[in-house]
Design a protein around this ligand. Structure first.
Ligand code: FEO
Ligand code: CA
Ligand code: CA
Ligand code: CA
Length: 671
């Protein structure tokens, strides 16, 4: 039967002003507790973090990682199993996307040489960096009204770039993923650049590998000649080229287990032990972790496709119906995807751990979205033999099912999907089942004025302060939403509109299309999550480089309507030479401050990303990522030049951290 209509929510706080201060700004009546910072120990045998680069690298597998990102709270019952309604004890699982190297070592990264000859020379620094990426599982609890983590919990775990993973689904055990580390292609080591996240109805965590391609070293001048034309097409499409992020592969390789050398994606010699070509094929996946089983081996779910995964949001869960996850590929001009399970959901699988994942996530259909100008759209299936995904394709000859998921971007190209303005988080409204996607921003190079379309409609100039460079294109981003036909997750058609356009409140009407004001204007939407305790409440987080002359990054609370609550509109885009081009689009109803208002502003140069809530919705957890990240002006020997000292203050190095937010009267957060 139909679910009872939820009581209408109202936003119950006074919006906060934009801020450039090096502190958290929250509405009156709320308290934030800094709970879990970069380097904090998660084991009783590890000392407190010195935060000056002197901490022993071998302790970092038992410390908080860096750049806290997507996050899920799992309520835990007395028996140490998943209990979604548990209100004051749980496991908080979060991603550690990347690092700010200047703050990790005594004096930044130690290197010698330049160009392709530049190498890291201190293996201990690299070991720290390996451990600082990945995922934390920590037990959290409430003492009185204050949340904290339990340093000695047996559930505490770090998953990082050295943790063994099992490959699962169509790409597992194929020739494409056979490596020196796993000669049968059943396993790989590590996860990296874990950005947004996702959940399953059986109580596990999904972590998504985003900008993994840049970590691999592949010097094209020497490697290209050793590759087939087909391999070069795929390597180019995914951007596997260069010295490798953080130069990990340049540390003298440990030849016994390939600890550093696996970040080399080159064919170094004729023998199998010198052939590293397949390493990149083992990254770029959605990874499933069972937080309640600390000894379990995470699974890379290859059926969900390989790309720059932002997140994987679970759609409506209905007994007897297939499950669905919605996913963005965060790069300019990339796509929006969904995965629909073959098997129908059986609630008896709650608590089934990774075996349930094997059942629902290894077998299904992968689709990519195509948007039409009239507000409709189509899901195109990515499968060998359909939608131009064939051996005869002139750009890329697809060989088999594993080739299609490993090279999902090429399959989506062949199918003719719509290139988007950087798809970040996906979120599903529990009231309507509608799907929201942040399209964070793009620039004039990636989408010139002549390439705007109805779903990516804007081109204009965002004026920064006098010392900063103006940004042209779609610098402030937008939030798109869609509604599956008949409310059915297996539908291959949908209706869409643009829920919100980011903009300065002072911008002209053709730019400030959602009529934002001083209390709710924002730029570059990224994190996006619907409360489960307060159905209909949406949290929106920013990762901005445009409006930063006026404000630090922020989080807003929203009460969105439905697809089609506004209407068709023609906007005037303005080219660099002052000429104009008309672009039609479909714009949602302007929210006003009743349905959108600013809740939080973070410290200097942070990104606000990652949100979860306690079982009763009376606490939320939010991640403050990379405060003070502009290390071009930070002098590691002179703390007075750091741009941020958050959260520890004084002359400290800044640290990414998880905060817990509660309302002083014990009420729900935001409503
Ligand atoms: Fe890691 Fe797309 O943000
Ligand atoms: Ca993000
Ligand atoms: Ca972002
Ligand atoms: Ca970031």
């Amino acid at each position: 039967g139909a679910a009872p209509a939820p009581a209408p929510l109202t936003l119950s706080f006074n919006p906060v002003a934009k801020s450039l201060e090096d502190r958290l700004v929250l509405p009156a009546g709320y308290t934030a507790t800094v709970m879990y910072r970069l380097g904090d120990p998660i084991s009783s045998d590890v000392p407190a973090y010195a935060n000056d680069g002197s901490d022993d690298p071998t302790t970092y597998d038992r410390r908080a990682g860096d750049h806290h990102d997507g996050m899920t709270y799992f309520g835990m019952g007395a028996g140490g199993t998943w209990a979604p309604s548990a209100t004051d004890r749980g496991l908080l699982v979060m991603n550690h996307e990347a690092i700010t190297p200047a703050f990790l070592h005594p004096a930044g990264q130690t290197t010698t040489g330049s160009g392709t000859a530049q190498v890291r020379t201190v293996p201990g620094e690299v070991l720290r960096e390996f451990y600082l990426h990945g995922v934390s599982v920590i037990e959290v609890g409430k003492t009185g009204s204050t949340w904290g983590y339990k340093r000695s919990s047996s559930f505490n775990r770090r998953v990082h770039t050295l943790t063994e993973m099992r490959l699962s689904g169509p790409a597992a055990r194929t020739d494409y993923v056979k490596t020196r580390y796993s000669t049968d292609g059943s396993r790989t080591r590590g996860t990296v650049n874990n950005c947004a996240n996702g959940t399953t109805p059986w109580g596990t965590y999904l972590t998504c590998e985003e900008n993994w391609a840049g970590y691999f070293r592949r010097v094209t001048a020497t490697d290209n000649a050793k590759r087939t034309a087909k391999e070069l097409t795929a390597l180019s499409r995914y951007g596997v080229a260069g010295n490798g992020r953080e130069l990990w592969a340049t540390v003298t390789p440990d030849t016994s287990d390939n600890l550093y050398g696996r970040w080399n994606a080159e064919v170094l010699g004729a023998s199998a032990t010198d052939d590293f070509r397949n390493g990149p094929n083992t990254y770029g996946w959605v990874v499933e972790i069972d937080p309640f089983n600390p000894l379990s081996t995470p699974r890379k779910r290859t059926a969900l496709g390989r790309f720059g995964h932002e997140g994987a949001c679970l759609g409506p869960v209905v007994a007897g119906k297939p499950l669905v996850w919605y996913m963005g590929d965060d790069s300019r001009n990339e796509y929006i995807y969904k995965f629909v399970s073959t098997r129908a959901w059986d609630p008896a699988d709650v608590g089934g751990g990774l075996a349930a994942g094997d059942k629902y996530m290894d077998d299904g259909r992968l689709y990519v979205a195509k948007f039409a100008a009239d507000g409709t759209g189509t899901w195109l299936e990515l499968k060998l033999g359909v939608n131009n995904i064939t051996a005869a394709n002139s750009t890329y000859a697809f060989a088999d099912a594993a080739d299609v998921v490993i090279n999902a971007r090429l399959a989506a190209d062949a199918a003719g999907a719509t290139r988007m303005d950087r798809p970040e988080w996906t979120a599903v409204n529990p009231v309507t089942g509608e799907v929201y996607v942040t399209l964070t921003n793009t620039n004039a190079t990636a989408r010139p004025i002549t390439a705007t379309d109805a779903a990516n409609p804007r081109f204009y100039n965002d004026p920064k302060g006098s010392a900063q460079t103006a940004q042209r294109g779609n610098p402030n981003g937008h939030v798109l939403r869609f509604s599956e036909a008949n409310g059915d997750v297996t539908s291959t058609t949908f209706k869409w509109d643009v829920y919100l356009f980011g903009a300065r409140s002072t911008a002209s009407a053709d730019i400030n299309l959602s009529q934002l004001g001083a209390d709710n204007d924002f730029s570059s939407p990224d994190g996006l999550w619907f409360s489960q305790a307060r159905p209909g409440l949406l949290w929106l987080q920013t990762d901005d480089g445009a409006y930063t002359d006026v404000t630090n990054c922020m989080m807003l609370a929203a009460l969105p309507g439905k697809v089609g609550d506004g209407g068709a509109k023609t906007i005037t885009n303005i080219a660099a030479d002052g000429s104009t081009r008309q672009q039609g689009t479909i714009v949602g109803k302007a929210p006003g401050t009743a349905a959108l208002r600013r809740f939080l502003v973070g410290p200097v140069e942070c990104e606000i990303t990652g949100i979860a809530e306690s079982g009763d919705g009376r606490a939320i957890f939010v991640n403050i990522q990379h405060p003070g990240e502009d290390t071009s002006v930070a002098n590691i020997g002179d703390p007075s030049k750091f741009t941020s000292h958050w959260p520890d203050g004084g002359s400290s190095r800044p640290r990414s951290a998880t905060i817990a937010i509660t309302r002083n009267d014990g009420g729900f957060i935001g409503t």
